[in-house]
Design a protein around this ligand. Structure first.
Ligand SMILES: [Zn+2]
Length: 325
C-alpha cells in the first residue's frame, strides 16, 4: 500500500485487484477452468485465501486513511471558541428621536395622552381656527410652505389642538409631537423642517399657575430637580395672555455662562392660556372652560441636552456624528 495517500487512490488499487470484471483475482479465477481437474480445488482455495487477505488489508488501510484525514482536519480547522468575538456595528436611535421619546415619556407619566395630526394641513386648521385670520403676519409667504391656496405644510403642531377639541369634550390633557415646516434657509440654527411638541390642557378652573406648575415639573424631570422656569409676557394669536418661557441655564445653574449669554436663563418655548375665540371655533363654552397650551422645539431641547452647536448635524445623518449618541 505504499504510495497510496488518498481514498481515491485506494479505490483504484481495489479496482485493480478485486474488480469483478477486470480485476487481477477475477481473471485468475477464470483461468481455473483450464487447469487439470486434480489441481483446481487447491488453486481455487489459494485464490480465495488471497482474495480474503487483500480485502482485509484494503479495509484496514481505508480505516487508517480516514482517521489520519480526521487528524489533519482537527489540526487545521481548529477553532478557539474562547477568543473574543468580532465587534459588530450597532444601530442607535437618532438623537432627535431619543429626546422626543424622553419628553413624551415624562408627559405620559404626568397624565398626558399623545395625539397626532396630518403634516399636510388645511388653511383652516393651521391658521383660521387658531385665531390667525387672513392677512395676519404669521401666515406670510415668507414663513409658510403652501401646497395650494388651501393646503399648507403645517407650520406648527397647534392644528392638533383644534382636531382634538373638535373630537371630544373637556377634560383634555394631550401632547402632540411631530414634524413642522417653515420657509427658512438652512443654517446652524434654522431648518425648513423641525420638530415640536404641542401641549393642551382644557377643563373647568384651569389657570396660569397650572401651566407654570406643569412645565416646571416637566423640565425638572427632563433636566434636573433644581431647574426653575420663568415666564415673560409675549404674544401668540391663539393664546391670551401669552408668554415666553425660560428655564434656568442647565450649564451654569443660573450663574451666567456662554450658552445663556451671561443671563442665567435660556429661552425655550412659547405658551399661554387658550384664547376664548379658539374655544368658540371648536364649540366649547369660553365662559365655562379655560385651558393652557404650549409649543416647544424638540430639536432645540436636543441641542441643549447634547450641547450640539449646529442644528444641521442632526439632519445630515453623518454616521460619524450619529454613532456618538
Ligand atoms: Zn448659563
Amino acid at each position: 500500500m505504499q504510495g497510496v495517500s488518498s481514498l481515491d487512490e485506494l479505490t483504484a488499487v481495489r479496482d485493480k485487484y478485486l474488480s469483478r470484471q477486470r480485476g487481477v483475482l477475477a481473471l485468475e479465477m477464470r483461468k481455473l477452468g483450464s487447469l487439470p481437474s486434480a489441481e483446481r480445488p487447491a488453486a481455487g482455495q489459494l485464490l480465495n485465501r488471497l482474495k480474503g487477505v487483500v480485502t482485509e488489508e484494503l479495509e484496514r488501510f481505508q480505516e487508517e486513511l480516514k482517521s489520519s484525514a480526521n487528524a489533519v482536519r482537527l489540526k487545521t480547522e481548529f477553532l478557539d471558541v474562547s477568543l473574543p468575538g468580532f465587534p459588530y456595528p450597532e444601530g442607535k436611535i437618532h438623537p432627535i428621536r431619543r429626546v422626543w421619546r424622553e419628553m413624551e415619556e415624562i408627559f405620559v407619566r404626568m397624565g398626558f395622552s399623545v395625539e397626532t395630526g396630518p403634516q399636510i394641513e388645511s388653511d383652516y386648521y393651521n391658521f383660521e381656527a387658531l385665531n390667525i385670520p387672513k392677512g395676519h403676519p404669521a401666515r406670510d409667504d415668507q414663513d409658510t410652505l403652501y401646497i395650494s391656496d388651501n393646503l399648507v405644510l403645517r407650520t406648527h403642531t397647534s392644528p392638533v389642538q383644534i382636531r382634538t377639541m373638535e373630537g371630544k369634550e373637556p377634560p383634555i390633557r394631550i401632547i402632540a409631537p411631530g414634524r413642522v415646516y417653515r420657509r427658512d434657509a438652512v443654517d446652524a440654527t434654522h431648518s425648513p423642517m423641525f420638530h415640536q411638541i404641542e401641549g393642551l390642557v382644557v377643563d373647568e378652573g384651569i389657570t396660569m399657575a397650572d401651566l407654570k406648575g406643569s412645565l416646571e415639573a416637566f423640565f425638572q424631570q427632563l433636566f434636573s430637580p433644581d431647574t426653575k422656569i420663568r415666564m415673560r409676557p409675549s404674544y401668540f394669536p391663539f393664546v391670551e395672555p401669552g408668554a415666553e418661557v425660560d428655564v434656568s441655564c442647565i450649564f451654569c445653574s443660573g450663574k451666567g455662562c456662554r450658552v445663556c449669554k451671561g443671563s442665567g436663563w435660556i429661552e425655550i418655548l412659547g405658551a399661554g392660556m387658550v384664547h376664548p375665540k379658539v374655544f368658540s371655533m371648536v364649540g366649547y363654552d369660553p365662559e365655562k372652560y379655560t385651558g393652557f397650551a404650549w409649543g416647544m422645539g424638540i430639536d432645540r431641547i436636543a441641542i441643549l441636552k447634547y450641547q450640539v452647536e449646529d442644528l444641521r448635524l442632526f439632519f445630515e445623518n453623518d454616521i460619524r456624528f450619529l454613532s456618538q449618541f
